[in-house]
Design a protein around this ligand. Sequence first.
Ligand SMILES: [Fe+2]
Ligand SMILES: [Fe+2]
Length: 396
Amino acid sequence: MVLKESLLEKVPPKVRSQLEGYADALSTLLEVRDPRVLSSIGPSAVRGTILKRGKQGVPTQVPASHSAYFDWSYPQDFPEMADLYARAKRGQWNGEDLPWHISVDPLDSRVPLLPRDFFAFETIQDMLGVRFSEREILSFQHDFVSWMLSQFLHGEQGALFAAAQVTEAVQFFDGKLYGSTQVMDEGRHVEVFHRYLDTKLERLYQINDNLFVIIDALMQDSRWDMKFLGMQIMVEGVALGAFGVLYRETKEPLLKQLLKMVIQDESRHVHYGVLALREHIVKELSERERREREDWAFEVALLMRNRFLAYEIYEEHFEGRITRKQWREAVYASPGMDRFRHVMFSRMVPNLREIGLLSDRIRPHYARVGLDAYFGGLAADRLTGDQMIADLEQAA
Ligand SMILES: [Fe+2]
Ligand SMILES: [Fe+2]
């Protein structure tokens, strides 16, 4: 704990919550033990968590520093990538064709957005010493799903720009052609998530500070493979975890259909990440560079595991009534968050293995935090979108 409890008790609840917010941001940074990782994330962390650049209500300008790689000979030398491009063209769909006529009522208990056991309501009720009514629970779930989908939407905006940057920067020509389809995919994802939030849930939450930090850092990194690793493996890994759990657990048919279509696209994006990075990391990087990426991926995986905490929801509903620490405990205690972490790591860890970032040197670190269960899973190059959907349905 960075702040003294005895000091905190003397300040008004709102101020206390703000101080705890800063302390929490600081402790996030202190959790990062690798100085190179810290220096690559640090400036973005200041912009995101202290200056709150994503929450000023004005557009954010983020300078980019990569170079565009032109090749005037148009080589066709990466058949697996060309194959993925062909599949991506066939897999295009129109967001307007989703069943938008379905009317969505978040307060209708017959069609809940989330199952009742997703969130640890009992824990919160005990902390507050109250019982929530049925309507309060549905209304809270409405806000929580809106918050999640808002973060998906903001993440998709980041993915759209990252896909465009990577398309410029990558050296494989077959990869550039494939990248053009991903730019279209991400544009469509922004379209459908925004439409759902705007016309069905009628809510839009601001970007979460930690998501801002990751997007900001990746946009500015001049190394395309770091953008790739961050976006295509780590962020898309989180997204697949969250989309997968929500797809499996929501009873709302329009959202379910929307997520099914998005998951199909995302499975290609992660596949692309695996193909490009495997080629690059194994063949082109020095051992020192490889290790740097291996350490970076481990630290970011930990941050993602620990930091998906929905503080925006806390501030809206419970600030001043329970502390941030209590809120964190309630989030950690939530079975739905557990299921989300499981799906996320079962996708992410095998992909890290496949691209050469899970060597014997780093494995004990993953094992120490309980992630060794995922070492043997299937990587994205062996897993189609249809298989992913079938897996999720089987586990339901
Ligand atoms: Fe996407
Ligand atoms: Fe994507």
